[in-house]
Design a protein around this ligand. Structure first.
Ligand SMILES: C[S@@+](CC[C@H](N)C(=O)[O-])C[C@H]1O[C@@H](n2cnc3c(N)ncnc32)[C@H](O)[C@@H]1O
Length: 338
């Protein structure tokens, strides 16, 4: 088989209908754990509503959208969190008023998903569904979406020129192709300049464009991308392209057998603020501090609940774990979406 650009092979390997890892191999939670799963997901969902309240001064938006929703884990936590803060029923046919919660991913609606959560099927990668448009008073979250948006992978050759890396989809064997397209070269020159032979460049243009496409679908509200990534002062010279299968790091072979991911250049996204999750959550009041022991004797149940909350907060704040993730926050003020 002829080698093809990583970006194309990567897209097929994750999203092709017959082969794609995310389409055919079960939800992400069957392969790895993220902050959206279990108790950390519940704490994160509450913090996201705090973010909304801090920015907009209301308890909840009209619609919450989770792009790259897995099987709806975070969306379910968000539906519960919205119900808690608003004291109202959320979304769904029976809802009196309140907030819609919409989850978007590349498969059909998962069986057993909380009925308060609406579901939209998406093409995958940089593609988003047409129905996702004109969102008003919206909180839009993309938690670990952009790292699985395939991007151009380049390597500097012996003469100091960045060339596209090709891959054999059956084996993962790499070879160097031609020079970068004009648009990729401009991105690399501006954001990841290097002429050191052997250096890799993961050209963030596809992620920037996918994110801008998502932003363009919001007429008013706040968007948040949460991902592992880097900024201009810390580009990883060896690149970060990696693959996971059955929860383990494996050799990236774009044959549909594994997740293929690369860190995100967070500072090139169209955003108002880029900060670490630890900084963001601390600003929202999370501390991870354990409750006073005295509470254990006066109110044991409250003590246990506070202890659990403290431990999930501590996990989300851990600078060597989830706290080291990046947040890119973008506020969109009312305008006409065409
Ligand atoms: C790394 S997983 C993260 C899942 C979940 N957000 C979490 O943090 O646990 C990436 C998810 O993004 C989904 N995805 C990729 N491209 C997408 C797109 N264009 N629209 C919707 N979902 C997408 C994948 O199918 C996968 O479920």
């Amino acid at each position: 088989m002829d080698p093809v650009p990583w970006r194309d092979a990567w897209h097929e390997a994750l999203y092709a209908v017959t082969l794609g890892f995310y389409v055919t191999r079960g939800g992400p939670a069957t392969h790895f754990t993220t902050a959206t799963h279990g108790p950390t997901g519940a704490t994160l969902a509450r913090a996201l509503l705090e973010l909304w309240a801090a920015e907009h001064g209301t308890a909840a938006p009209s619609v919450v959208v989770d792009v790259g929703a897995g099987r709806g884990e975070l969306a379910t936590h968000l539906a519960r969190a919205v119900a808690d803060v608003s004291g109202e029923e959320v979304g769904g046919a029976g809802a009196v008023t309140g907030t819609r919660v919409v989850a978007v991913d590349v498969v059909d609606r998962p069986e057993g998903l909380d009925e308060r959560v609406e579901w939209l099927r998406s093409p995958g990668g940089s593609g988003l569904p047409a129905a996702l448009a004109g969102l008003r008073d919206a909180l839009v979250i993309a938690h670990e979406w952009l790292d699985v948006v395939p991007c151009t992978v380049a390597q500097v050759d012996a003469s100091g020129t960045a060339r596209e890396v090709l891959v054999d989809p059956r084996t993962g064997a790499e070879s160097l192709g031609g020079g970068l397209t004009e648009a990729d070269r401009r991105w690399a020159d501006a954001h990841w300049p290097t002429t050191t032979p052997g250096d890799r460049i993961e050209v963030g243009r596809a992620r920037d464009e996918a994110w801008s496409d998502l932003v363009s679908r919001v007429a008013s509200g706040t968007l948040l991308a949460v991902d592992y990534g880097h900024t201009a002062t810390g580009r990883p010279s060896g690149g970060t392209l990696a693959a996971y299968a059955d929860g383990r790091l494996t050799v990236p072979v774009p044959d549909g057998s594994c997740d293929v991911t690369a860190h995100v250049a967070m500072d090139t996204l169209d955003a108002d603020r880029v900060l670490t999750q630890r900084e963001a959550l601390q600003a929202l009041g999370l501390t991870g501090a354990t409750p006073p022991h005295a509470l254990a004797s006066t109110d044991p149940l409250a003590y246990v609940a506070a202890l659990e909350r403290a431990s999930t907060e501590a996990r989300l704040l851990d600078r060597h774990g989830f706290g080291g993730f990046w947040w890119a926050v973008k506020r969109v003020r009312e305008h006409d979406v065409t």
